[in-house]
Design a protein around this ligand. Structure first.
Ligand code: SF4
Length: 234
């Protein structure tokens, strides 16, 4: 959303002049969904240095808020393993602090191999976007995917995580998430699916049921909350 007096905020955050098009498309989407009986769950995510209250008072939002949707606010921002710095953000925006690590590998290390455009195979499809880290474990033209996924290299990387010996990229990451995902009911379905494609790819210790009161550490959740809060507008 733009600032109340124009589109300058959108342009500063997204570094392009497409605000009118984005706004009109969002409005058209909300209206079309509403006319069809709201078959789609829509979330509007705001990235702004305004307060949540100021954001919800933006004139352009007023004509949207009558349509069913949820609202997300980004209140702090990922560093992308150190590539985004505080000076890259607008005043009032904050970077997330580094992740707090459990004695568990990040869930990405179990979520299936990531194949990059040039054939390299990695473990993190989230932050290792240019395949430049030690999480790259093979090449699809040199070894089968299943062999790479079940290799000693992958096992050792997970083991190092358990010992607190993190890959360099992970030690600078603000997006670590523990293995809770695979212990909750929905996540266990995902785990079974991954195991179907890549047998024995999850460790026994990751198969234990969720204990009462146990909580996952999600991306960006690092003791300061998830960095996102939301409310639902109906
Ligand atoms: S800690 Fe960060 S960089 Fe490491 S695997 Fe997880 S998301 Fe990727």
């Amino acid at each position: 959303m733009g600032s109340p007096d124009g589109y300058d905020l959108y342009e500063k955050v997204y570094r392009n002049k497409n605000y009118p098009k984005v706004r009109d498309n969002v409005y058209a989407l909300l209206r079309a969904n509403s006319e069809m009986g709201n078959p789609v769950r829509i979330r509007l995510a705001f990235r702004s240095n305004l307060t949540m209250k100021q954001t919800l008072e933006l004139p352009d939002y007023q004509r949207m808020k009558g349509f069913p949707h949820e609202v997300l606010f980004n209140t702090d921002y990922d560093t992308w393993t150190g590539e985004i710095r505080q000076q890259d953000l607008l005043e009032g925006m904050h970077l997330r602090p580094l992740s707090k690590f459990d004695k568990e590998p990040c869930f990405w290390l179990y979520d299936g191999p990531i194949i990059f455009a040039d054939g390299r195979v990695g473990l993190c499809g989230c932050r290792d976007y240019n395949a430049a880290s030690e999480l790259v474990v093979g090449h699809i033209m040199e070894e089968s995917l299943i062999n790479i996924w079940q290799s000693e290299r992958v096992r050792k990387l997970r083991e190092k995580f358990r010992q607190g010996n993190l890959p360099d990229i992970c030690s600078k990451c603000t997006s670590y998430a523990n293995l809770y995902l695979y212990r909750c009911r929905r996540g266990s379905e995902r785990r079974e699916l991954i195991n179907l494609v890549y047998p024995d790819s999850t460790h026994q210790s990751e198969r234990r049921p969720v204990e009462r009161g146990e909580r996952g550490q999600k991306h960006g959740e690092n003791g300061y909350g998830s960095g996102v809060s939301h409310e639902t507008h109906r």
